[in-house]
Design a protein around this ligand. Structure first.
Ligand code: ADP
Ligand code: MG
Length: 881
């Protein structure tokens, strides 16, 4: 093996060739741990079959067989297969969706191949690749450090040791044998561990299962499947239903058995009832909605790492966002120079070719204060501007060797690079950073600082981000540990422009209409922050709290001030956690963005942590619930809108499920109590499920958002899925259907129509009412006539299917007998139609009344039954704009 340092020092960093990489990938496999086995069709089927619902169907089938009714038995089994089919399909789809999301969120690696830097998926890294590691990244494979700038990593995952360890560079020529992880100053880095500081170039020695991580066999990067509050609520609901159901079943079996002396039939009735009330749709619907929800949100360029975030999103009351990169484009360009008491306006980068001499040193040291191949957009911009003096700088800089970096810290917002000058043996040091920090480095007197801040204010008022630059020389052998030890000379200021993202002002207004506050957090100078805030329309006031002020503030005072202050400047990431805590203490539901290593605690603490996909670090991404693929503020707002829609639809779906179970359960019990012939048999229930299952999952899931979703306040997170009002509406819908059925069925019997006709009448009415329930619950704010034209393909499939199969069941003799129907005539059908529609008519009427423009024309637009009928979700007391 090559001695890596030699190769690196000579700067022939070619890396692997693409051909070599491809062939290694083929021979050695992807850089990933063996995946847990996929659930096979068989496993899925067994899971589905072991659900109580299917056991019931099967037991029903067996009883029919005992009763000698083979046809009915086969029919039920047929349904079993059909429903298994649908369920397996849904499960597969859900699984595939989650897998696709996982794929998207898997880490990328920056490698050098054929002399080019290249981002590739982490799983495509091969042995021998040169990978560039920088702060905040997860190391993609095991390797050896061949060049480094202050690299230290967190290996707690492998060693349990939580302190970061420093890494050294591999210098010797010996063949490489990797050590086990642990201890300081080892040159080896390990897959799955984190870079907490510095940068390095490492050569990959082992990938996939051959890494230390692979040996331990820990699976990383799972999309978590923790139980969400909604899941818990649903679980409770299911349990409640199950208990009530079982009690009712036993009661019905006993009553039937005693009254009619036929226990076998009694069991059949019991099973029918159990099938009718078994609430197995609730959890299924929840899983599907959240999984598909995550997928839908990903279409908005937002990746869901934690599924609960989908439901929390719609409840967000405060959005805390970074200014740089989220509100602005993070595309910097140098616009102003200030040196020797003079300003210089840079019209275009090339313009600086005839830069007056008094600005030369400022620019030169500005360039030297940036690493040679910078990621940071500010540094890129400075280097870009420096290009115009290439002949001059390039000649000198070619001889300099970068030997140390003094990074930016929480205490001092400035960084310096130390360059060795081979000719003299000494060093030149270039510093840049926040003006206050550089003033400190230059040991400014208070008067000098004051004068400087005056100039800074002038630049800041023009939306510019300001960096100060300083220079120092050092002749001793070993460099000091702290950059403050140098004797810096102040050179001047650079003003950088960072354009606001064009969609931000409109998205901000949308947030305000939706009752969501927006707080801007930035490490930038307060003046710059304020002028950007004005530009994007951040209201209501322009007050700022700075980081140092924050440090001096008691928690209680912060909690009070944060109710009205929307701009936080000169804040370091560590302080974001306090902001989150203060907001949470005020009862807010907090969404917080972040990108760096130090943002992770705040991202974890926030209800919805949002990491940046483009410039974010892996650490931030792993701490966050959502990842913004395009780093754009507007995507967050769109995701919130989607979150609200998903929650609405979930509620609509749940309401529908509950409602439709009422008449089914009722019509299973009433005949037993009143001694009527049975109306519903297992086959009817199974048929109903063929409509109910896809309706509650696909149809409601696909429903578009209500017109007013972003014009109402966020829902209270404490609001249960079934609030008293929702429960009322749902049961109301169900009961009104039941009442009609309970009138039609016995009436038909008493009027001397046979049992078959009564059953056919009631069943047809139930199907019509079922479809009507679907239609009416599509929107809680608009009447059916309005929603009729809204697209929803799934809806029409379900309705179409029902309308095709129903006549078959009614008029195909074979099926008709299986369903125990007699033929209906046209008048009967008309009756069913009217009755079915009437049963949900009242809800439509309610919507109509609420929507009448005469009431309050101005407010009507975004109103839903939601906001009108009910207690508006109680929000914490606070001023909203
Ligand atoms: P923001 O929240 O706007 O991204 P940062 O926390 O990144 O702000 O930066 C805060 C301040 O630190 C900047 O205004 C600047 O003064 C200083 N700073 C940031 N990055 C650099 C850098 N690469 N070199 C010098 N100074 C920097
Ligand atoms: Mg930044």
């Amino acid at each position: 093996m090559l001695a890596p340092t030699e190769e690196y020092k000579n700067k022939v960093i070619t890396g692997l060739s693409e051909d070599e990489a491809t062939s290694r990938l083929r021979n050695e496999g992807y850089n990933e741990l063996p995946k847990p086995k996929k659930r096979t069709f068989l496993v899925l089927t067994t899971e589905v079959v072991s659900e109580p619902m299917f056991l019931l169907l099967i037991v029903g089938g067996i009883i029919y067989m005992i009763l000698g009714d083979l046809q009915e038995a086969l029919m039920l089994l047929g349904f079993v297969f059909l429903i298994i089919g649908i369920t397996v399909y849904q499960e597969r789809k859900t699984e595939r969706t989650l897998e696709a999301l996982k794929e998207l969120s898997s880490p990328k690696a920056l490698v050098i191949r054929e002399e080019q830097q290249k981002h590739i998926p982490g799983r495509e890294v091969v042995r021998g690749d040169l990978v560039l590691l920088s702060e905040g990244e997860r190391i993609p494979a095991d390797g050896v450090v061949v060049s480094s700038l202050n690299l230290s990593t967190d290996e707690s995952l492998l060693t349990g040791e939580s302190l970061p360890v420093r890494k050294s560079v591999w210098e010797s020529e010996e063949p490489l044998v990797m050590d086990r992880p642990g201890g300081s100053d080892s040159p080896f880095v390990y897959s799955g561990t984190l870079v907490v500081q510095g940068q390095a170039l490492a050569r990959v020695l082992a990938t996939g299962p051959r890494t230390e991580m692979g040996r331990i066999g820990k699976a990383l990067q799972k999309v978590e499947t923790a139980k969400t509050p909604l899941q818990k609520q649903t679980r409770k609901l299911v349990r409640l239903f199950a208990v009530i159901g079982i009690c009712l079943c036993i009661l019905v079996v006993v009553v039937y058995g005693i009254n009619r002396g036929n226990w076998l039939e009694g069991f059949l009735v019991g099973i029918t009832l159990a099938m009718a009330i078994m609430p197995n749709e609730f959890p299924v619907v929840l899983t599907i909605f959240l999984a598909l929800g995550a997928w839908r949100i990903s279409q908005q360029r937002v990746l869901t790492r934690r599924v609960p975030a989908v439901e929390t999103l719609g409840a967000a009351t405060v959005l805390c966002v970074d200014k740089t990169g989220t509100l602005t484009m993070n595309r910097m360009s140098v616009k102003q120079l200030f040196a020797n008491k003079q300003f210089y306006e840079v019209a275009a980068a090339r313009d600086a070719e005839n830069l007056p001499a008094q600005f030369h040193r400022l620019l030169e040291y500005g360039v030297l204060a940036c690493p040679p191949d910078p990621f940071d957009p500010m540094e890129k911009a400075i280097r870009e501007l420096g290009k115009c003096r290439e002949e001059e700088f390039g000649y000198r800089h070619g001889q300099l060797e970068l030997v140390n970096e003094y990074p930016l810290s929480r205490k001092l917002l400035a960084m310096s690079l130390a360059w060795k000058v081979p000719a003299s043996g000494g060093y030149v040091i270039a510093a840049k950073g926040a003006p206050e920090a550089v003033a400190e480095l230059c040991r400014f007197s208070p008067a000098q600082s004051e004068e400087l801040l005056g100039q800074v204010a002038r630049l800041a008022a023009r939306d510019l981000r300001i960096l100060a630059v300083a220079e120092a020389h050092y002749m001793e052998d070993s460099l000091p540990a702290d950059q403050r030890a140098f004797n810096f000379e102040f050179l001047g200021l650079l003003g950088l422009a960072d354009p606001v993202r064009p969609t931000v002002p409109a998205s901000l207004q949308e947030c305000y209409r939706a009752g969501i506050r927006v707080i801007m957090i930035t490490g930038d100078y307060p003046g710059t922050a304020q002028s950007i805030a004005r530009q994007i329309g951040l209201v209501p006031n322009n007050e700022v709290i700075t980081g140092p002020e924050l440090d001096r503030m008691e928690d209680a005072e912060l909690e009070k001030r944060i109710r009205t202050v929307n701009i936080f400047a000169r804040v370091v990431p560590e302080q974001k956690l306090r902001l989150v805590m203060a907001l949470k203490a005020n009862g807010e539901i907090v969404a917080m963005t972040g990108d760096g290593v130090n943002d992770a605690p705040a991202l974890k603490a926030a209800h919805i942590g949002i990491a940046m996909g483009e410039r974010g670090t892996d650490v931030a991404r792993e701490a966050a619930a959502l990842v913004l693929l395009d780093d754009d503020f507007s995507s967050i707002v769109r995701a919130i809108k989607m979150g609200r829609r998903i929650f609405d639809n979930l509620k609509k779906g749940m309401v529908y499920i509950l409602a439709i179970h009422v008449p089914i359960a009722g019509m299973s019990i009433l005949p037993v109590i009143f001694g009527w012939p049975l109306m519903l048999l297992p086959v009817h229930i199974a048929f109903l499920h063929l409509i109910i299952d896809p309706a509650c999952s696909v149809v409601f899931e696909a429903e578009a958002e209500e017109a007013g979703v972003m014009q109402r306040p966020p829902r209270s997170p404490r609001e249960p899925l079934f609030s008293r009002r929702t429960l009322g509406i749902s049961l109301g819908q169900g009961i009104s259907v039941l009442v009609l059925l309970a009138l039609i069925f016995p009436m038909a019997l008493y009027l001397g129509e046979g049992e078959g006709e009564a059953r056919a009448l009631a069943f047809t009415t139930l199907i019509v009412a079922n479809l009507a329930l679907i239609f009416t619950n599509r929107s809680w704010s608009q009447t059916v006539f309005k929603t009729f034209r809204l697209p929803n393909t799934a809806l029409w499939w379900v309705v179409g299917g029902a309308l095709v199969v129903l006549p078959l069941v009614l008029y195909l003799p074979l099926l008709r007998e299986l369903f125990r129907f007699s033929t209906l005539n046209l008048l009967d059908l008309a009756l069913c139609l009217v009755a079915g529609l009437v049963s949900t008519g009242w809800f439509e009427f309610l919507k109509y009344i609420r929507n009448r423009p005469a009431v309050t024309p101005r407010r009507a637009a975004g109103r839903t039954i939601e906001t009108v009928l009910c207690e508006v979700p109680k929000l914490p007391e606070k001023e909203r704009s």
